[in-house]
Design a protein around this ligand. Sequence first.
Ligand code: CAA
Length: 241
Amino acid sequence: MARTALVTGGTRGIGRAICEALKAEGYTVAANYAGNVEVATQFTDETGIPSYKWSVADYEACKDGIGEVEAAHGPVEILVNNAGITRDAPFHKMTQIQWREVVETNLSGLFNMTHPLWPAMRDRGFGRVINISSINGLKGQFGQANYSAAKAGDLGFTRSLAMEGARKGITVNAICPGYIATDMVMAVPEEIRNQIIAGIPVGRLGETMDVARCVTFLASDQASFITGATLSVNGGQYMSG
Ligand code: CAA
């Protein structure tokens, strides 16, 4: 029987590409989203992939939402923690709300989604947790003290959980996309965006499928010896060891 994959923030941008790529590989796929019902409805109409609305920042909502997905599609064996938001501001202008919103979604969201699924993954002796971090969690970014801190936290979470899952057949990996042509990146003022693109050796923004292809590989049985890894997909913008 096909394995079930759950992708947070799965109805738009990188998440949508991940859902489509996993479906093309034969997985049963469910997408979570937090806000935009119209986009989610269109996504489900176009792809045939069901979408479920809850906030990954809310632990109880995650437990309930996962329960609903599993009742309909069987146990979730592949979790892609992709949901993320930005609240960019230079630190001297950043509010506590901007800090909290980003940390609660982009970092605590990983706890909230992974924690309810973890015991069953351990019991089954199989699991794939794939966390979408960011180039800016590796290098930092002007205007993103909140986002960079949360995304760097995602990497620590990934490595610790990889250690705990290893003997239980669970791999936990992170992908660090660079600047990908999504609504989030297109919201960066054009002048700044052009400066960023000028710093990408490949000379362009990435495509959502560039990231999605990495997810399908990490989800596969062929990737069973890869755990605790951080895979950069950034056109050469930041090369870390
Ligand atoms: N390095 C140094 N100085 C910088 C700078 C940088 N990268 N960017 C801006 N500045 C300076 C400006 O030159 C200006 O200086 P002066 O005050 O001396 O003129 C000052 O900072 C601008 O300050 P403002 O008060 O005008 O800043 P602002 O309130 O308008 O907002 C900002 C600034 C919103 C952070 C804006 O710079 C911005 O949007 N930056 C891009 C942030 C970014 O890359 N976000 C990524 C979003 S996509 C994403 O997150 C996905 C992913 O994972 C990659």
